[in-house]
Design a protein around this ligand. Structure first.
Ligand SMILES: Cc1cc2nc3c(=O)[nH]c(=O)nc-3n(C[C@H](O)[C@H](O)[C@H](O)COP(=O)(O)O)c2cc1C
Length: 355
């Protein structure tokens, strides 16, 4: 109820400004102890995935907290894991504004942020400074990308640099690193999903991770996030590459460049990635195909268009072990997190009682 009022105020503001205002308000509420009222009073529903224990299977998707500056405040919403980033090695401003658009009729967003990032050093300091989420067992994912000025032929070095900087931090608290090769807003980034480019990037990251594991005595899981706009025939090929290079999980999916379901709507023709309801069916389909291809060997984290608890259950039924939200949070508010947690918990107990 209260979010409907907050939403009408936020939706009267320019979308990116509203985003900043909402995060600052949440942070203020956290620092003054008010978020305790928001915190869902739910029992944990732990899930083990990639060798990590997640207190519950509902996570925040990458892109909302790009620099990891709001982890403890966002944790109050009840997430089991929070993925921060995309972070780039060096700071960069991203694309010119405006770069975020609402399509309320379709419960969708289009963004072309283009990895605005304070850079890996600032993100590492912010994650270090966050305390309570990790102390309560929450898992932090860090989503890494390449700088816009780095040629594609040198992209692997950007990812390796981010991995090296993050590694010691993530040996001290539960976390994973996501390799983002699927944003539509960095020129040619998605071509890193092509066979040869993917194999060479993953081989470089596997070698780097092996070296770091030996050095720090702990293996940090590596995850790859893929696009929904791949051909169906590419999906098993990508899954096989991920498995061959010892990737621990796959996130399906990033935003789409397709415009099905929004044609004719205001802003529908803005360049960028579409998220929210129109993405749901395709991202679930990609998750299902991945899960069916290698059910035991490549866990799937499903994201795209979750706007209700039922949608989260739909992702789980498609084979996902964990789910993530972004656009649903903007349209439905913080209540969506406990709604998804409850729906997944109920679905799990039903399956258990039928067994
Ligand atoms: C404004 C915005 C910014 C995003 N930024 C990133 C990003 O930096 N890195 C990334 O991997 N995904 C990013 N995403 C994609 C989301 O993490 C998610 O994969 C996608 O939006 C689908 O989920 P949803 O329909 O629940 O929003 C962004 C999405 C939105 C809406």
């Amino acid at each position: 109820m209260w979010y409907r009022i907050a939403r009408s105020i936020l939706f009267s503001l320019e979308p990116e400004f509203a985003h900043t205002v909402a995060l600052r308000q949440l942070s203020f509420a956290y620092r003054t102890g008010m978020t305790r009222l928001l915190r869902p009073q739910l029992v944990d529903d732990p899930v083990t995935c990639m060798g990590l224990r997640f207190p519950n299977p509902v996570g925040l998707a990458a892109g909302l907290d790009k620099d990891g500056a709001f982890i403890d405040a966002l944790a109050e919403l009840g997430f089991g894991f929070i993925e921060v980033g995309t972070v780039t090695p060096r700071p960069q401003p991203g694309n010119p504004k405006p770069r975020l658009f609402r399509l309320p009729q379709a419960q969708a967003l289009i963004n072309r942020f283009g990895f605005n990032s304070a850079g890996i050093d600032v993100l590492v300091a912010n994650v270090e400074a966050s305390q309570t989420f990790s102390a309560r067992g929450g898992v932090i994912g860090v989503n890494i990308g390449k700088n816009a000025t780095t040629p594609l032929s040198e992209a692997a070095e950007d990812y390796r640099l981010c991995l090296r900087r993050l590694y010691p931090l993530l040996t001290r608290r539960p976390g994973y690193v996501t390799v983002n090769i699927s944003s539509p807003n960095t020129a040619a980034l998605r071509s890193l999903q092509d066979q040869q480019a993917l194999d060479s990037l993953l081989a470089a990251l596997r070698d780097e991770r092996t070296r770091l594991t030996d050095h720090y005595g702990k293996r940090v899981p590596l995850v790859v996030k893929i696009a929904p706009d791949l051909n169906d025939a590419d999906i098993p090929r990508i899954a096989d590459s991920l498995i061959a290079h010892e990737i621990d999980a796959v996130i399906a999916t990033n935003t789409t460049v397709a415009r099905a379901g929004v044609a004719g709507m205001r802003h529908a023709d803005e360049p960028g990635g579409l998220s929210g309801s129109p993405l749901r069916a395709r991202s679930t389909e990609v998750a299902r195909r991945l899960a069916q291809h290698a059910p035991e060997r490549l866990p799937v984290i499903a994201v795209g268009g979750i706007l209700t608890g039922e949608h989260a259950v739909e992702k789980r039924s498609a084979g996902a072990c964990l789910v993530q939200l972004y656009t649903g949070l903007i349209y439905r508010g913080p209540g969506l997190v406990p709604e998804c947690r409850r729906a997944l918990l109920t679905a799990t107990s039903k399956v258990a009682s039928q067994a």
